[in-house]
Ligand binder design. Structure first.
Ligand code: AMP
Ligand code: GLY
Length: 425
């Protein structure tokens, strides 16, 4: 079967590597892809926002499955347009992608289907939002309703900070994504990412991971797309994972079906594991980045089979098989990331690093210039290593990243600290 993968990040490179292992795959195309993916896929310069062009390509190349990496094409309805044209895709429809595209939609679903999450209200004007904030007190969390490139959430430690966030969002800082605001209680605990595959009716637990969102060591500095991750997340014990499936994922599938928007694809639950058990922070309608880079190297089941089963509404009963080893990835980002990443610096000695055993390097913002490899984005490379435990995976990933010669980049030195340190009970 020919497969077209949409996207160009480290997540898509990891997806490409996993798809390429499938005996069912004839040929993999990636649009637009990145230079690292050229080793496993043929890169196609398609504009993913031009759905008609994507459909034409699928017809000409006899594409059996389109795999959608990022959220923007999902929220723009690419899966619906492909379906109308008779092309199968892995990912939710536009209405089902509202689970990521509208925080208010998701919170209302939680309320209607008893899904544990922080108490909240939705607002379309500043004054009532501020009244509510004054009544609830701080800490409190203010969120723009729509997609805001990961920047639309303000965890406010004072009422004044929360009120300023309301003004900023209604002032247009996030454009149309800020037409509505959700204000919710602050949740205390340990964050984890949990992924389930869904076929509209049923869900299958996939894997867990933990991300490091802040740019600096010790979880300091501004939020980023993610500076590193590891899988599994020790806090996601089999019991907690089963509880998340029962209390969060399954009621969500039921609710989405009842809303006339059955959910197919991967459901990414951002969770807070606290004294009240797992609570939902947010859903994403896609795989995580960099979580995918650490989950897929552990996957022993055929990814293409699983994705086709989701698209066809026939997920197997059999659990997904994962290696019990730990994978850990360190993101190598361009100097200046996240505010103003510098482009164009040269990256050397990648091959030496990638040749180490149990190490996989995936590209994100890279560009080829003849024989040279240049930085061309914020998050540029992901260095992933497998180990028998988190400490071994961490040591290997850092050994590998140190071999890369790239003065134009930086990375966190403490990825995995929580998994490596003795766990506090
Ligand atoms: P989100 O974009 O919704 O994942 O939010 C970004 C980050 O804000 C999350 O990863 C959490 O660290 C934090 N956050 C969001 N909502 C809450 C909440 N209700 N309580 C505590 N932290 C939160
Ligand atoms: N790493 C978080 C995300 O993909 O949204």
């Amino acid at each position: 079967m020919n497969v077209l993968l949409l996207g160009s990040g480290g997540r898509e490179h990891a997806l490409a590597i996993a798809l390429a292992k499938s005996p069912r795959l004839s040929k993999l195309f990636a649009a637009p892809g990145n230079p690292g993916m050229a080793g496993v896929a043929e890169l196609v310069s398609l504009d993913v926002a031009d759905h008609a062009a994507v459909i034409d390509f699928c017809r000409v190349m006899n594409i059996g499955l389109v795999v959608v990496g990022p959220e923007a094409p999902l929220v723009a309805g690419i899966v619906d347009d492909l379906a109308k044209a008779g092309v199968k895709a892995f990912g939710p429809s536009k209405s089902a992608a509202q689970l990521e595209g509208s925080k208010g939609f998701t919170k209302d679903l939680c309320r209607d289907f008893d899904i544990p999450t922080a108490a909240y209200e939705r607002f379309s004007a500043a004054e009532p939002a501020k009244d509510y904030i004054r009544r609830r007190g701080a800490p409190i969390v203010v969120k723009a309703d729509g997609l805001a490139a990961g920047k639309g959430v303000i965890v406010a430690s004072s009422v004044a900070e929360a009120e300023a966030a309301v003004d900023m969002i209604f002032g247009g800082a996030f454009g149309a994504a800020g037409a509505e605001v959700v204000v919710e209680d602050f949740l205390d605990g340990e964050e984890a990412s949990f992924f389930a595959l869904c076929d509209g009716e049923r869900a299958l637990a996939f894997a867990s991971a933990q991300d490091h969102k802040r740019v600096g060591d010790g979880d300091t500095g501004p939020n980023t797309g993610g500076m590193g991750a590891y899988s599994p997340a020790p806090v996601m014990t089999p019991e907690v994972s089963a509880q998340v499936m029962r209390e969060i994922v399954e009621p969500t599938l039921k609710g989405m079906k009842a809303r006339g928007a059955p959910y197919r694809g991967v459901l990414f639950a951002g969770l807070m594991i606290g004294p009240k058990g797992p609570q939902l922070i947010e859903f994403n309608a896609r795989f995580g980045d960099p979580e995918t880079q650490v989950m897929l190297p552990r996957l022993e089941t055929d990814l293409l089979d699983l994705m086709l089963a989701c698209a066809d509404g026939r997920l197997p009963e059999k659990p997904v098989v994962l290696s019990t080893r730990t994978a850990l990835t360190v993101v190598y980002a361009a100097n200046g990331y996240p505010d103003n990443p510098e482009r164009g610096s040269e990256i050397r000695s990648l091959d030496r690093s990638a040749a180490l055993p149990d190490v996989v390097i995936t590209h994100a913002g890279t560009k080829r210039d003849g024989a040279r490899l240049l930085a061309n984005g914020g998050r540029v490379l992901n260095v992933t290593a497998m180990g028998d435990d988190a400490a071994q995976a961490q040591a290997r990933a850092y050994e590998a990243i140190r071999l890369i010669d790239w003065p134009g980049g930086f990375y966190r030195k403490d990825i995995g600290w929580r998994a490596v340190a003795p766990r506090k009970q």
